[in-house]
Design a protein around this ligand. Structure first.
Ligand SMILES: Nc1ncnc2c1ncn2[C@@H]1O[C@H](COP(=O)(O)OP(=O)(O)OP(=O)(O)O)[C@@H](O)[C@H]1O
Ligand SMILES: O=c1[nH]c(=O)c2[nH+]cn([C@@H]3O[C@H](COP(=O)(O)O)[C@@H](O)[C@H]3O)c2[nH]1
Ligand SMILES: NC(=O)CC[C@H](N)C(=O)O
Ligand SMILES: [Mg+2]
Length: 509
């Protein structure tokens, strides 16, 4: 079994970042809710306790029985995790005079502490807390302080148990990486052998064992996740993998043919299904965003259901689910409030009777890209911007018609083509165009026009959870706007969306 660090989540907004930092060290880790974590097996080399929005002083504060792993494996408590240990073991935690949020200088009291080895004497750390540990149990030993926090880091004597008030996982803690290395490698003794190559090798062999000679059906979107997942499964079972790519009539211009061709070049057994009419009729008359999303989700399921019945004796459904999707559904906070119903084939109805295989469900997006690179997948596929499953339907505000789709495809192709031409494509995280249900007056060749408005959208982001509008050069915007209005009939005005997320979202519906 792969060596791992267990991260227990108390609901901190930074828990995923802790996992990122551990994995950057080529050490595998998993996040589990503090109140539902797995049995301690020998492959678990250490435990990290996350921060939390809760206070240990709250009556119903999240509680943990440390004895399940204390003195068995090393423990690092971060913020709430540290406060909880101090409180439960006989110390005292009180509200601080004022909330401390921001940078602080760490003064290391104990030069010999293996947790703080290699950090500079006044290391910059990031604080985010309202409570402070005011007294510690006798066997606790302070190993670092800041000007306002006496117990900024502690160690329990004769144990490999540590607590820190600051957050090493955020980049503002400039030597946080070193601290994580000290814990994960130095103290827990992890070997740092979890690499993309190792992942590929291991997952292909376990897929072989799991799937044997069974047949698997997979829906591919042309996006990164489903493509990488399918490639892994293909390496494991070859021709027993049946892939389906649906033309829902909501794809980008020429995308259907291009994607099919590149899948064929990759040697995948791929079937293109033209279901444009089905999707258009499902969308007919709908203009509410949620109603459109639901209709599309249902149409996808109908198509997959029908197609999978055509494959004799198929037993498995392969999916490109990635780790953030999994964390979201099991986290302490539970699935977050529905802002938009994401179309996801994860919600397949029971009547399909297929077992699910998800080879990427432990990886973050950039790890998926690294695995894709190891598998030698075309870099243009790996570098593609995200594109929503419901496609152009959620970029045409209001009712969908094939005519509107055709207009938007042309405009989108000019915008994306322009980004590539100006070498800006890789500078933005995602880009697309919205066709607005608004007409405005213009003048072309001395004649009055009364045509549609399109809004260009380009954002920078790390994970799509938050985003800023991309500050694209004016010259570029001028050229693209000119091209669009001259070349696309039906559009006489172009605007640029300068909203960030939050409070806006990336897509308009
Ligand atoms: N046109 C399509 N044809 C077949 N399957 C599709 C299509 N669009 C989406 N899917 C399926 O729905 C899943 C979710 O699609 P969506 O684009 O919303 O997800 P994603 O997280 O962006 O994944 P990916 O990077 O694989 O596109 C895909 O992984 C794929 O299995
Ligand atoms: O797989 C998906 N199915 C969907 O239904 C869907 N809706 C939005 N998106 C993409 O998610 C990211 C965040 O989008 P929003 O800021 O609009 O919520 C952006 O990258 C969006 O393109 C979707 N992806
Ligand atoms: N970031 C944290 O874990 C904060 C812990 C606790 N809620 C506090 O304010 O001190
Ligand atoms: Mg996609």
């Amino acid at each position: 079994m792969t060596e791992q660090i267990l991260i227990l989540d108390f609901g901190s907004q930074y828990t995923q970042l802790i996992a990122r930092r551990v994995r950057e060290l080529n050490v595998y880790c998993e996040i589990h809710p503090y109140n539902n974590f797995p049995e301690l097996t020998p492959n678990i080399k250490g435990v990290i306790l996350s921060g939390s929005p809760c206070s240990v002083r709250d009556e119903d504060a999240p509680y943990l029985d440390f004895d399940k792993f204390r003195k068995i494996v090393p423990i690092l408590g971060v913020c709430y995790g540290a406060q909880l240990m101090a409180q439960l073991l006989g110390g005292d935690v009180k509200p601080s005079q004022h909330r401390e949020y921001g940078r602080a200088r760490l003064e290391i009291d104990d030069e010999d502490s293996s947790l703080l080895t290699g950090l500079s004497t006044t290391s910059q750390v990031w604080m985010s807390h309202g409570d402070t540990i005011v007294s510690i149990p006798e066997n606790f030993h302070i190993i670092a302080s800041t000007e306002s926090v006496k117990v900024a880091a502690f160690k329990i004597e004769n144990e490999l148990t540590y607590g820190i008030q600051f957050h090493p996982e955020v980049t503002h803690s400039t030597e946080g990486k070193q601290l994580m290395h000290n814990f994960v490698v130095g103290i827990c003794g992890c070997k740092q052998d979890w690499t993309a190559d190792a992942f590929v090798e291991q997952s292909i062999s376990s897929l072989k064992a799991k799937l044997g000679k069974d047949r698997v059906v997979m829906a591919l979107s042309g996006g990164v996740d489903s493509t990488v997942a399918a490639t892994l499964v293909h390496h494991a079972i070859g021709k027993n993998l049946f892939c389906i790519f649906v033309d829902n009539g909501l794809l980008r211009k020429d995308e259907y043919d291009q994607v099919l061709e590149s899948y064929r070049d990759m040697g995948l057994n791929i079937k293109g299904v033209d279901a444009k009419d089905l999707f258009y009729s499902a969308l007919d008359g709908l203009s509410d965003p949620e109603a459109k999303r639901k209709a599309i989700g249902k149409a996808f399921i109908d198509v997959f259901d029908q197609e999978s019945h055509l494959i004799e004796d198929v037993k498995w459904l392969g999916q490109g689910t990635i780790y953030p999707d999994v964390i979201e559904s099991v986290s302490v906070k539970g699935p977050s409030a529905t802002i938009k119903s994401h179309h996801n084939v994860g919600g397949l109805p029971d009547f399909m009777k297929l077992k699910i295989v998800e080879p990427l469900n432990t990886l973050f997006k950039d790890e998926v890209r690294l695995v894709g690179k190891t598998l030698e997948i075309d870099p243009t596929i790996l570098g593609r911007h995200p594109f929503p499953g419901p496609g152009l339907a959620i970029r045409i505000l209001g009712e969908i018609t094939p005519e509107k789709v055709a207009i938007l495809q042309e405009v989108d192709a000019i915008f994306i083509g322009g980004l590539r031409k100006w070498n800006l494509y890789n500078e933005v995280w995602q880009a697309g165009v919205m066709l607005l249900p608004v007409k405005s007056v213009g003048v072309m060749g001395d004649e009055r026009t009364y045509e549609s408005v399109v809004a260009l959208r380009a954002v920078t982001s790390v994970d799509g959870m938050t985003a800023d509008w991309a500050h694209l050069p004016y010259d570029f915007l001028a050229e693209v706007s000119n091209d669009i209005i001259n070349k696309v009939k039906g559009v006489n005005r172009v605007v640029y969306d300068i909203s960030s997320k939050p409070p806006a979202t990336i897509e308009w519906e």
